[in-house]
Write a protein of this length. Sequence first.
Length: 165
Amino acid sequence: MRLKSNLRRALITLVVLGVGVQFVPYGRNHAAPPVLGEPTWDSARTRELARRACFDCHSSETRWPWYTHVAPVSWLVQHDVDEGRAVLDFTAWTRPSEEASESAESVLEGEMPPRPYLWLHPSARLDAADQDALVQGLTRTFGSEATGRDGEGDGEGDGEDEQDG
């Protein structure tokens, strides 16, 4: 009987806390900053792949699903978007980012897009061909040492000099 009473109190407490955190204002400012400019993409395909896999956190074109309006998830998502835009914002290209040249490497190494993001955004998953295309496109757009999935062309030089003819 006492266990049932304690469970009921715990459940009521969780519900009250769940409702209470909804009144914390952080994480609900989903107004999009203006698009100030974009990089000169090497191709429309690169932009489309970047839009699909990167723009939710790295642009002002963020899509805000229903759960981004519910605390505490809204806090986590807002923090990730704020941090992503601060590091690299594809739609604020009046201030090119030093991180842009590392974006291909981040995709190649599987750091971006982050795994938890992919759990909730299956459309951002890149198969091997799309990942390679995005890495190559980002490399052509921004420059990078990463050039492919097999690790070749990593800028480390293999000791062989190219020779003409």
